[in-house]
Design a protein around this ligand. Sequence first.
Ligand code: HEM
Ligand code: HEM
Length: 179
Amino acid sequence: MKTEVENYNPIARLIHWLSAIAIIGLFAAGLWMVDLSYYSEWYRTAPHWHKSIGILLSGLTLIRLVWKSVTVSPGIEGNTLEKWAAKIAHGLMYIVLLILFTSGYLISTADGRAIDIFDWFAIPGAGALFEGQADLAGEIHFYAAWTLIILAGLHAMAALKHHFIDKDNTLRKMIGASK
Ligand code: HEM
Ligand code: HEM
């Protein structure tokens, strides 16, 4: 039998907030870096960092999902519609993250190269798996990134609405301060 909990556990909270910061940073850095000129000192470094942090985040997300499946999460608050909307939004964010990781990998490895993670280790590339891979994966990556940021924005607004208008524990349980 599962025991009820009031807060997300500390590891789930840490991963949630670290991931949120990484995702917002990756989004801003992604939009900025694609317009850099060859002569910018960031031309190589920015994509290297973007890919390294993106791959590390994909590993963290895998750990997050395993952790979520072996621990208990607190219940979602609000009316039936809000509970469903929250569940669908959470699920969609995980799915869109998966699309971002896959498309990011496919853009980066289309030319046969591996992905170096901060010069610590490398993820092998599978080379070109289909025609026009870098372009198609790039388009998907772009739209997926916008989809995730819009979903996360709505999600954050919902959390603030629960906190300031409904005055319930929704936001507190992600900070570890449920009353
Ligand atoms: C949450 C995760 C991620 C977010 C939010 C994100 C976001 C973005 C954004 C907004 C762009 C600019 C797209 C454009 O304007 O065309 C971009 C480009 C790019 N991203 Fe990501 N990204 C993520 C993960 C990854 C990962 C895991 C990789 C690689 C393993 C990756 C590799 C790339 C590459 C190579 C580009 C350049 C694409 C091009 O030259 O058109 N990204 N990313
Ligand atoms: C890129 C940004 C973000 C992403 C991708 C994201 C993603 C998620 C996901 C997937 C969950 C569900 C956790 C689970 O698996 O049980 C969640 C829960 C939560 N997030 Fe975020 N989040 C982001 C930013 C934020 C921000 C900025 C806030 C606050 C303003 C926030 C507040 C919360 C709260 C309160 C919950 C718990 C909801 C509940 O269980 O009722 N998140 N988030």
